[in-house]
Design a protein. Structure first.
Length: 158
């Protein structure tokens, strides 16, 4: 019989296997249309950040909101070791170093999922921009050197 610690590890493993299966299945079924699921993920993450972690979105600048979201993913969730937020012109970039989802993303890409549409950082940032009344086109690409990803938000107006 498994110890309590082994049971918890197996529960996490089962949750990850389920997430992998659902994500790969959605991509197989919907293709790029699966990206439409992202805002639902982002909304759920933002609700927790607002209610339990003090995140405030209204009245803030986009860079400030994304910087605070980045801090919460690093300090409160332990989801990455560092997330650098940089603004250049109409693009805000989040460089996610040592992302917890890197191995899952690699496996999903091997299974044919072209975009990691379940990325909670990208999705929460996208929903935050929408709440600020800012139209943004999000994208995420693998960042091998940083063992993570580079998320960009191309701001297209309000």
């Amino acid at each position: 019989m498994a110890t309590e610690e082994q049971k918890k590890a197996n529960q996490l493993r089962l949750a990850n296997l389920t997430l992998f299966g659902i994500t790969a299945g959605f991509w197989e079924l919907l293709g790029d249309t699966a990206l439409a699921i992202g805002p639902q993920i982002g909304e759920q993450v933002l609700k927790v950040m607002e209610k339990e972690m003090g995140l405030e979105i209204a009245g803030e600048k986009p860079e400030e909101v994304l910087t605070e979201i980045a801090r919460l993913f690093v300090d409160e969730f332990g989801f990455a070791s560092n997330i650098e937020v940089v603004t250049e012109g109409n693009t805000i970039t989040m460089k996610v170093r040592n992302c917890l989802n890197t191995s899952l993303t690699d496996r999903l890409m091997e299974a044919g999922v072209e975009k990691p549409f379940i990325c909670p950082i990208m999705n929460s940032g996208f929903v935050a921009m929408r709440r600020l009344g800012i139209k943004a086109h999000p994208d995420v690409v693998k960042w091998t050197e940083g063992n993570g990803s580079i998320i960009t938000f191309r701001l297209t107006g309000s």
